[in-house]
Design a protein around this ligand. Structure first.
Ligand code: ADP
Ligand code: MG
Length: 194
């Protein structure tokens, strides 16, 4: 592998699958010289999804903070809607909606490899909140969702894809979804690897 060549993990979420965007999402990674080295469509179990998303307080609280940022921006009162403006209390609720949503349709899982793959794939996917994601990103081009609607409808933000945020997270997620002896293929991309 080249210097900074990495592997990252991607899931096409239920909204991506149900909007018929599997091909479009894969295309966007491939057109930026990312190489698909493992790929499968499958129906997840609740336990596998529950283990996929972190349970530690910092991560769960961050979900609540994302809600509060949007609520503050649009003058929505978290206290009025939820009876609390504590992100540590809102976060677990968001996590539950997220797990429910992720088991609502088949998913597509893949391992994507390339130079700076973790950051590149996040850049191509766009930031978590589609209403803030730039045009040209997957989340910015195919969704306009935000916690302002999602949380009031008691559901997670629909943003089409999951992508690992760090190389450590990628390693952990690849092992979780493809097993320790993940069947990852090897081939050379024209114009990229040779
Ligand atoms: P990302 O998917 O960009 O890595 P996170 O890891 O922070 O984002 O969150 C996991 C998923 O949880 C997001 O992709 C989104 O679907 C959902 N989510 C995050 N924060 C919120 C929120 N405040 N309200 C509703 N859904 C959220
Ligand atoms: Mg994340």
């Amino acid at each position: 592998m080249k210097i900074k060549e990495e592997r990252t993990f991607v899931l096409v979420k239920p909204d991506g699958v149900r909007k018929g965007l599997i091909g479009e999402i894969i295309k966007r990674f491939e057109q930026r010289d990312m190489k698909i080295v493992a790929l499968e469509m499958f129906t997840p179990t609740r336990a596998m999804i529950d283990q996929h998303y972190p349970k530690d307080k910092a991560w769960v609280t961050r979900l609540g903070e994302k809600t509060l940022n949007t609520f503050t921006k649009y003058g929505i009162s978290a206290k009025k809607e939820y009876g609390t403006d504590d992100p540590a209390k809102i976060g677990p609720q968001v996590r539950t909606w997220l797990v429910d949503f992720m088991v609502s349709a088949p998913l597509v899982k893949m391992v994507v490899q390339g130079v700076h793959a973790v950051d590149m794939v996040r850049k191509i996917a766009g930031p978590t909140m589609p209403y803030l994601a730039d045009m040209g990103t997957i989340r910015g081009d195919y969704s306009n969702d935000s916690p302002a609607i999602a949380n009031l409808e008691k559901r997670p933000v629909y943003n089409l894809v999951h992508a690992s945020e760090t190389p450590e997270e990628a390693k952990h997620e690849i092992a979780h979804w493809f097993g320790k002896d993940a069947k990852i293929v090897s081939y050379k991309r024209f114009g990229v690897d040779e």
